[in-house]
Every structure is written in C-alpha cells, then in structure tokens.
Design a protein around this ligand. Sequence first.
Ligand code: FAD
Ligand code: EPU
Length: 303
Amino acid sequence: MNSSAVNKPATLSSSETGARVERLPLSRFTTLGVGGEAEVWTVGNHAQLREAMSAPYRILGGGSNLVVADEGLMERVIRLGGEFAATDLELDPQLSTPEQLITGWVGGGVPLPGLLRKLQRLGYGNLEGTVGIPAQLGGAIWMNAGTRFGEAFDGLHSLEIASPEGTRTVTPLDLPWSYRDSGIPRNHIVTRARLKLRPSTPELVQEKMDAADTARKGQPKNRTPGCAFKNPTLPGGERLGAGKLIDEARLKGSRVGNAMIAPEHANFIVNLGGASAADVHALLALIRSRVGVHLELEYELWP
Ligand code: FAD
Ligand code: EPU
C-alpha cells in the first residue's frame, strides 16, 4: 500500500460531540516507541465514544502490547479519557461483605500502576500479581494480563463493555477467559470495571507486590512491548517458557536494524533507538523459523 495514502487522508474528521480528534504518530503512545500516524479520538463520555465508534476503529490502552505499522493506520484510534479515566474505590455497601470488597466503578482508561499504588495504600488485595504491568485497566482486562503471581481477572467483579451495538455489563462468569485472554470480542471496549478485592493490610499487599516485582528483575530496561510470545502449552498440558526456547535457539542479541532480541531475556524484543515495526516483524519471523515449537504471538500487530 502507498504509505502517503495512509498518512494523509483527504479530509480530517471533526467531532459533533466534543471528542478531541487529532492526527498523531502512534509511536508517541506505544511503549516500544514505534508506529505511524492515525486519527486519534480521545473520548470522555458515552456520547463521544458512540460517535467515535461510528466508523472503523481500534481501541488503544497503555500501548504496552502493541507493534503499530510504520505506515500508520486507516482506522481511527480511540483513547479513553474523562469519565473513563476516573477511579471510585469507595466500597459498595450493597455488594461488599467482610471477606469480599466490591468497589465503585474504575475507568478502563485508568493506568494500572497508579491504581495498584492506591490499592496497596488501602490494604486491598487480589491484584498484587499484576504489579509492574504498564497497562491501562481496560487493556489489562482485555488480555487478562498477569504473572505467575496472579492475573487481572483475580480482581474483577463486573465489567462494562461498549460496542457499536450498545453497552452491557457482564461478570467474569459470562466470559470464556483463560491465560492471557479475556474472551471479550475484538473491538468491544472495556469502559469501566468494578473491582473484587480482599481485605488485607498495606504491609501484606506490599509484600506480595514485592514478590511479583522481584520475578521481573531480569527483564530488559529498554523500550519494548513486553513478551513477544505466550508461553506455549504442549498437548499433554505441560507449559514451556517461550523465553527459554528462544534462548536455547541461541537467538539472544540477534539484531535487525535497531531492534534486538534482548540479551537479558529472549522473549523480549527491544528498541535500541529508532527501530521500525518492520525490524520487529523480521525478528519475530526469525524466532518462528528457529524455534521448533509453535509460538503464539502475545503482542498485537496493528494493522
Ligand atoms: P494496549 O497495548 O494499548 O492494547 C493491547 C490490546 O488491548 C489491543 O487489542 C487493544 O485494542 C486492547 N485494549 C486496550 N484497552 C482496551 C479497552 N479499554 N477495552 C478493550 N480492549 C482494550 N503483560 C503481562 O500479561 N504480564 C506482564 O508481566 C507484562 N509485563 C510487561 C512489562 C513491560 C515492560 C511491558 C512494556 C509490557 C508488559 N506486558 C505484560 C504486556 C502489556 O503490558 C499487557 O499486554 C497489557 O495488558 C496491555 O495493556 P495496554 O493497556 O497497554 O493495552
Ligand atoms: N529463561 C531462560 N532464558 C531466557 C528467559 C527465561 O532460560 O532468555 C528461563 C528462566 O531462567 C526461568 C524460565 O525461563 O527459569 C521462566 O522465565 P521467567 O521467570 O522470566 O518467566 P517467563 O515465563 O519468561 C512470565 C511472563 C512475563 C512475566 C514473568 C514474571 C509470559 C509469556 N511471560 O515470563 O509476562 O512478567 O513471567 O512473572 O507469560 C508479558 O506477558 O509480556 C510478560 C512480560
């Protein structure tokens, strides 16, 4: 495809509901620091969100699991702000019990690290295992982000999900969720969630967060979208480490352009500065050609 056609649409849309519409490089919003331009719609309420969803779209969270094409995107990219970035951690007296605390609504656009800091200060447990994941709450729920210490669905009571067909509330029981997968249909947007928490103390919550944090000490510090591949499960049920498999294929330190398979942990591809999406795609293809086990991508490749 001619990249100039993607980068320069004939007319730029504007919003009737007051959503902010800007043409921006998505490299600004991805932890990898890669991605061409798109029309970015920042929405703060349901009317703006409905308008944004009236043409083909993608929903952007913290950009921490994305490799966005260098040519940019044809679709609009929706970002959650306003009421979708608000946090209500007041306990709902109707739903909470002494053993199970249910909060008010927390927006899908709320950054997970700040939310976890608040939960730690309140001494509320259940989400400690997701510490260190640079997601927004909605993005963490969308892919059930986690570590071996816990995952996003450990702390969910219910979710509000919006799509062009309307808005509905579901509970985890309504979804076929599993490891790194919420079962939520693509482009259905997690606008907010109620958290299901366990009463604990700030000290105990911190202790659990420290354990999860220690497990990622060997991960690289450069710009990256996290692990490239999910850990594969063999037909017999045994789970292998994707990083270990790539390491055993002696691929650590392999480089294409300014992207590199991290010497610290082989399941991370890092941007050494100025890498392109094409560089990352070439390294993913190299890994797949050299590892004998089928590896399922954990990242999202846009488009
Ligand atoms: P994005 O990257 O913006 O988007 C990813 C997908 O989620 C896209 O399909 C997007 O459309 C969808 N999405 C985003 N927001 C919403 C929403 N509100 N509603 C519906 N869909 C939405 N992951 C782990 O699981 N465990 C880890 O330990 C971990 N460590 C990481 C460490 C680093 C340094 C980095 C950079 C990444 C790490 N990741 C980890 C990967 C990443 O943080 C997770 O995949 C995270 O869930 C992505 O969330 P996000 O908000 O950044 O989503
Ligand atoms: N290993 C190697 N070589 C490597 C990397 C790992 O031999 O290059 C070995 C380690 O020595 C260890 C084993 O593989 O014995 C597992 O490694 P690690 O503890 O780093 O865990 P992981 O399975 O590779 C998972 C998640 C991470 C999460 C960490 C910590 C997946 C795909 N990855 O990594 O999540 O942060 O555990 O809990 O499930 C992510 O999903 O993006 C992510 C970063």
